[in-house]
Design a protein around this ligand. Sequence first.
Ligand code: TEU
Length: 543
Amino acid sequence: MLDKTQKDWWKRAVAYQVYPKSFQDTTGSGVGDLPGIVSRLDYLQTLGIDVIWLSPVFASPQIDNGYDISDYRAIDPLFGDLEDMRTLIREGKRRGIGIMLDLVLNHSSDRHPWFQRARASRDDPCHDYYVWRDGVPGQYPNDMLSVFGGPAWEWVEEVGQYYFHQFAPQQPDLNWENPALRRELYDMILWWMDQGVEGFRLDVIDQIAKEPDKKITNNGPRLHEFLRELSAETFQKGCLVTVGEAWGADIQRARLYSAPDGSELSMVFQFEQMVLDQKPGGAKWDLAPLPFVKMKQSFARWQQGLHGRGWNSLFLDNHDLPRIVSRWGDDGEYRVQSAKLLATMLHGMQGTPYIYQGEELGMTNIRLPIDQYKDVEILNYYNEAVAKGCPESRVMESIWAKGRDNARTPMQWDDGPNAGFTTGTPWLPLNPNHTAINAKAALADPDSVFYHYQALIRLRKTYPVFVDGDFTLLDAEHLTVFAYERKAADGRLLVVCHFGADACRWTCPADWKGARVLLSNYAEPADALRPWEAVIYYRPAGT
Ligand code: TEU
């Protein structure tokens, strides 16, 4: 177990994201719940993780699956109650697994009492907790659009004003310019810290310092000022792990966010690699092949840019992204090999790895007819694109490739009815491949993707070079091989990953001949790289 009283313990940690709706149902409601997570803690302990990032379980109308919070201090009855949360925290701690809550501080639900008061009267102190502009019905303050489509402004008759929303209209943006609002948020965070949570993930944190009159959404002028205040008033009073979601972060900014003095956060989720396979300047739905060489160079820049000057988070999957094995791997013939390769590529790097539920099983994307999707982003996109005359088949291709529900289908626990996820009707269909791809089968197979992740986690905890080592990209222009070296006081690593189904001649650097193999996705060594082969070599210092 990690000693979480040590400063920067999270640099040695591995995190696991639970999307509660889809993890484990214990009531037959078809929706996962907190007791369900408790019942699977032993599984997570076997995997070897140290913290769970729990997507929001707070009271919410669930317009955006809990990213629309109506009470930050209450658990949504869908998931259980506060007592269940306390049990989860306690039972997790017993197994060395901490809970990171997902704080949505950029916006609340329109059902939050603050907003209910804000929309009723301009004179209410809560009115200024949100972002309002005068106007007349039908004439928006400006032409800004929301991330989920449609205008970013919504008219409220009672006050004769528009409010600003970067996401759905039911997610009004909070006004961080208001000190009383900030204080309310800090008190709420301190309250959760008292409940024993070990960290927080901060939703779209780079969007809090918005200035709609200048059309500024992320990276607003006061962003880092707000973050430093937030951190000093809350996180720095404990020994927590914090990660901010920051689509707009470049390396320069990530150094501020994750400054080694701890003045802001532990680290950020940045998305530079995750947007490479969309058309330059295009929207997420405009598909393009992955530019492999650019992808390697991008990872290398981040590895080197934050080494000693900040801290990376490492992830390929989350609840907003399609399944990585379907996206950058091969979810057909080489599903197992390529899932292991992707894990190896990522877990060999410096940073804190995040595993998204089911990634450790090599879970894949799903193709549903449009009427079976639930995600507000998918449904809005479909309606808008079809109305604009985009052929439906093309719209569906985009949704099947990039839609967020790909990652949100229920966890595949076994080959029984509904994969052991629920005894009721699942809120989102299960992937039909659950009869073959499931946790029970993975645990019974020593060559499974699961055990590969377990091995990677063990290696990180055994060899300091995984945590501390620097990063050198090898053969930068190679079209299928991603190879890099890491070096620290204890020794060196060489990670070699061959992205492709063809055999490939790749010459190991001379000083690596005969080095020990720490982990590979093939049982025996060979002269050429085989389909989706991934190997980690190690040399102790001085050899
Ligand atoms: O995501 C932020 C965000 O910008 C995403 O909506 C992103 O643009 C989209 O998912 C790409 O497909 C966070 C949460 O992770 C997401 O689940 C929420 O819907 C969103 O914020 C609003 O809270």
